[in-house]
Design a protein around this ligand. Structure first.
Ligand code: GLY
Length: 377
């Protein structure tokens, strides 16, 4: 077992990296006066992991209730939230219960929001089952749902009691889900660590990611995330905003395509490449940084400009007949993003390999022109 502590002043907690169920159970048993656990998962994960997971808890004498929300980004909705409040009440979930978010980023965000608001807040444990959730979204306490107008528009900061990160869950992931998570991994490497870029580049060139590679990658990302979250929990000091590299455009794309075309990481891959282009344009870094990010994304199967990946389809669509109106719509959505300041769009950009900086306010015209260049290629 490995343990990373998120050293927050008020609610410090551990990320438990372990494939042993006993490690999870012993941590859950530390929660005082627990009346019941409320497992929230999605319609895909429920078929793969729910019954075994539920049995584990029942065998250990927990009272267990479950709720299943729709899989995919569209499941992160007001409708799911409303369903969860009703389901929790019907199942007798009370203030001494604990929510267990069993799933990927969608489940973690929605279950987290639910836990932070149900009866003014009940306890939360995150059990990520995807690479993306393991590396990023299950840590740090961001919770949210999407609205028609914007991604993550309603949400809270609400830290879990602990995160159980069992890489055995990742063994059932398909390639699309692996790529989805790799986009966030690429983000961490380019934001923080030149050596990590080299490491990724090497293993991706070989073309095989072993279990040990995954464990190393996840440990690295979690360590960076824990460090940033403990220094800037609520994203007020410009540090946590570093983790938004690639996310400004990504969120606009997800909203523009009604949350049903891309997985979050796929949109992030487009956003990362665009952030690199913008960084080169602003003379913050050299062309070789853009070239390297493109090469790594290509090796991950996440090249926005090449088939067979679905981003290719989107790039073609944007570059097609409705190019101008699509690009204008993306710019408008970015203006409404919660990171925008007085309608100026806030970007995290690259100053070199493994070096990001937040807080670049970009005007609409520059953005529009740069997007035209980006989607024309
Ligand atoms: N996913 C970025 C953050 O948690 O801040």
């Amino acid at each position: 077992m490995k343990k990373i502590t998120v050293k927050l002043k008020t609610n410090p907690y551990n990320i438990i990296l372990s494939a042993k169920e006993a490690d999870f159970i012993s941590n859950l048993k530390k929660l005082q006066d627990l009346s019941s656990v409320f497992i929230i998962t999605d319609s895909v994960i429920s078929k793969i992991h729910l019954s075994k997971f539920k049995n584990l808890l029942i065998q250990n004498k927990f009272i267990v209730k479950t709720a299943v929300i729709p899989a995919g980004e569209t499941g992160k909705s007001l409708k799911s939230l409303s369903f969860l409040y009703d389901s929790a009440l019907k199942n007798g979930i009370d203030r001494k219960s604990c929510v267990i978010a069993l799933g990927g980023g969608v489940v973690g965000d929605c279950a987290g929001f639910f836990a932070s608001t149900y009866m003014r807040g009940i306890r939360l444990v995150q059990v990520p089952t995807t690479l993306l959730a393991a590396c990023d979204s299950s840590i740090g306490g961001k919770t949210a749902i999407n609205t028609d107008g914007g991604k993550n528009i309603a949400g809270t900061f609400y830290q879990p009691y602990f995160v159980w990160l069992n890489t055995d869950f990742l063994k059932t992931l398909d390639m699309r889900q692996i790529r989805n998570g790799l986009a966030e991994v690429v983000k961490y490497a380019f934001t923080f660590d030149n050596k990590f870029i080299d490491y990724l580049s090497k293993i991706l060139e070989i073309g095989i990611i072993t279990e040990q590679n995954f464990e190393y990658i996840i440990y690295k990302c979690c360590s960076y995330k824990a460090d940033i979250v403990q220094k800037d929990e609520k994203e007020t000091r410009g540090l946590r905003a570093l983790l938004n590299l690639g996310h400004t455009l990504a969120h606009a794309i997800e909203t523009h395509t009604k949350y049903n075309k891309f997985l979050h990481g796929e949109a992030v891959a487009i956003g990362l490449l665009f952030a690199a282009q913008l960084s080169v344009y602003k003379k913050l870094c050299k062309q070789e940084v853009y070239d390297e990010i493109l090469s790594i994304l290509r090796h991950c199967g996440l090249d926005p400009q090449s088939p067979p990946f679905s981003i290719y389809v989107f790039s073609k669509e944007i570059a097609g007949q409705n190019k101008k109106s699509n690009i204008a719509a993306l710019v408008n959505l970015m203006k409404k993003d919660k990171k925008s300041v007085n309608s100026k769009i806030n970007f995290t950009l690259l100053k070199g390999f493994g070096k990001a900086q937040s807080g670049y306010l970009i005007d609409d015209k520059t953005l529009y022109n740069q997007l035209k260049v980006f989607f024309n290629t």
